[in-house]
Design a protein around this ligand. Sequence first.
Ligand SMILES: C[S@@+](CC[C@H](N)C(=O)[O-])C[C@H]1O[C@@H](n2cnc3c(N)ncnc32)[C@H](O)[C@@H]1O
Length: 316
Amino acid sequence: MGNEDLRLFDNEDIRPEDRADTEREESGGSGRKSRANTLNDLTGTEWIKATKSWLVCDSRRYHQNRNTELHPARYPEELVAQFLRFFTKRGGWVLDPFCGSGATLVASLEESRNAVGIELSERYAALAGGRLVGLRNGRTAEVLRADARQIASRDLWADGPAPLGDDGLPRFDFIMTSPPYWNMLRKSRGGVRSTHKERAEHGLDTDYGESEGNLGLITDYDEFVAQLGRVFEACGRLLAPRKYMVIVVQNVRVPDGYVRPLAWDIARRVSEAPGLSFQGERIWCQDSKKLGIWGYPTVFVPNYHHHYCLIFRRDD
Ligand SMILES: C[S@@+](CC[C@H](N)C(=O)[O-])C[C@H]1O[C@@H](n2cnc3c(N)ncnc32)[C@H](O)[C@@H]1O
């Protein structure tokens, strides 16, 4: 660890109870686990490295996964694994309310955690469920085919798979997800040859389909943010106290030329949910994504190759 990294320990924002833990690590040397660590199984050095505000995740496994390429908007298992190791201990329970191809569930099993995924599309629920076969190794992972807007309904959880609290709802140690990015998958990208067009030519899905309840079909932006906000507020009720939720989302540029600050709007909306507070972000960078020639040669159009991983904590 270089001097620059050590300066992190000077941060006066660390709460007194957390600072005690940090100081123990500092004096005890790097590479040790603290007995006072209630959050994860990391050593002090691993902990500090995992707080860097950006990370690059772009593995071959992500790009060349024939099992999952049908799904049009996945995130990599490696990304999930980094957050799982920070926000849970082995054996913890993880929820993904928009589980898509099942990356959160696969990573959870690979990291010896238990997981439940909610997915509206029958096709993706089957895809995700199929990927879990042979990975469980004594852990639990299930996909429930359901509408995430019903996530705090007792009926959804009555038959398991997660252990229930006195109120008939489960309490998860961590929630990680990536929702539809509004209806962006259905918007035309103009005349350039895009990944979107290549997928269509190969018979792969380019959007999440027509299922009733698909949030990616909502055309009005404010209505979309409102509905998504309600889902995440309900997710907050399923988090155990002082546990975390990570929402992976992007700002989006619509074809009429305006950028909708979706990530920032979600950060604000979820911060206003009772019991949830915004704790900051890590930025997932994609370094090998193809560049599109969007605005050349007249206007600036960003090639968005990063996503915000927005971090919230349940505070009570
Ligand atoms: C961005 S994708 C998630 C991808 C996932 N992280 C992965 O790596 O495969 C969003 C998912 O939300 C699903 N979805 C849309 N509306 C939903 C709803 N109301 N309830 C549950 N899932 C929904 C879509 O079918 C899609 O699979």
